[in-house]
Design a protein around this ligand. Structure first.
Ligand SMILES: [Zn+2]
Length: 66
């Protein structure tokens, strides 16, 4: 099943300062994950992380909402 991840920009605690990151929310269960960076690669990493962590099951295919 295709599940959209609602992606929003955020800032995360870095080692020395706050850094840009992305926050993603599963449209089905509301589970949220965060990754560092706001590039396309970060967006893909966000979807991969959601696939690993979403309690809805790992058979879903997660895609970015943007
Ligand atoms: Zn979910």
């Amino acid at each position: 099943m295709r599940v959209e991840v609602q992606v929003t920009d955020t800032t995360l605690e870095g080692e020395y300062r706050e850094v840009d990151g992305l926050s993603g929310q599963c449209e089905r269960c509301g589970h949220t994950v965060e990754v560092y960076g706001d590039s396309d690669a970060s967006e893909r990493a966000l979807c991969v992380k959601m696939r690993e962590e979403c309690p809805e099951g790992e058979n879903n295919f997660y895609v970015s909402s943007r």
